[in-house]
Design a binder for this molecule. Structure first.
Ligand code: AP5
Ligand code: MG
Length: 210
């Protein structure tokens, strides 16, 4: 099963991709996570990506395409993959589809723009175990991870001004992918403006061959 998660920043791509990976056993690949790890480890890729990400921009297509191609050569993708955050431009999609034209489904998780801003304002990550929380959903968290006690931090690109730029870039560069995959008959639209478990149930119910 080869799946792509599409949607505005904060739509819940990562949240749902993780749950789907747990449910199906298929590997979850987030380009954002790959870049954040590279930034943390100060690799050559990380040094290139850091400023772009913190400014809310997109990493150049050729770099992203190379990273994804390399990642998909690993054996844990033999049974498929759940791509989260890729492709993000028409150019990325066209290049990707030339070699991977057998994607089964593209889940487009839709939420209102206002909700995107609200969710990112409330997002917190555990600096130790990387679990993700939201202050609006997890009302009892108090700066510490309830699972491991690690410090909860905000993502560097979740500052309000950066979120505005990310949303603009999404509208200009990523939103056209909705029509691109609709025309290919791959798009499955999911209303993401509901409780996490309800959204997840819709995704599972819409899986091809379900
Ligand atoms: P990336 O990490 O992919 O960020 P993004 O697309 O901006 O998406 P987010 O991770 O912010 O949102 P999400 O949809 O995953 O939502 P989440 O589940 O976390 O990319 C980061 C950067 O890397 C990019 O800006 C770019 O620079 C670079 N990059 C990555 N891929 C690239 C590419 N292909 N090309 C070029 N550059 C690339 O949920 C958000 C919050 O809401 C969480 O707190 C969560 O708990 C909460 N939440 C989730 N679902 C619900 C719900 N149903 N109800 C209430 N709250 C919810
Ligand atoms: Mg994400």
């Amino acid at each position: 099963m080869k799946i792509i998660m599409l949607g505005i920043v904060g739509a819940g791509k990562g949240t749902q991709a993780k749950k789907l990976a747990g449910h199906t056993g298929i590997v979850h690949i987030s380009t954002g996570d790959i870049f954040r790890e590279a930034v943390k480890n100060k690799t050559e890729l990380g040094l290139k990506a850091q400023e772009i990400m913190e400014d809310g921009g997109l990493v150049p297509d050729d770099i992203v395409i190379g990273i994804v191609k390399e990642r998909l050569e690993e054996s844990d993708t033999d049974t498929g993959y759940i791509l989260d955050g890729f492709p993000r431009t028409i150019n990325q999609a066209e290049k990707f589809d030339k070699t991977n034209n057998d994607v089964d489904a593209v889940f487009y998780i839709s939420i209102p723009e206002k909700e995107s801003v609200r969710r990112l304002k409330g997002r917190r990550l555990c600096g130790s175990c990387k679990r993700q929380y939201n202050i609006y959903l997890n009302k009892n968290i108090n700066g510490k991870c309830p699972q491991c006690g690690g410090e909860l931090i905000e993502r560097a690109d979740d500052k309000e001004d950066t979120v505005k730029i990310r949303i603009k870039n999404y509208i200009k560069q990523t939103k056209p992918l909705i029509d691109y995959y609709r025309k290919k008959g791959k798009l499955i639209e999911i209303d993401g403006y509901r409780k996490i478990d309800k959204v997840f149930k819709s995704i599972v119910d819409s899986l091809p061959n379900n």
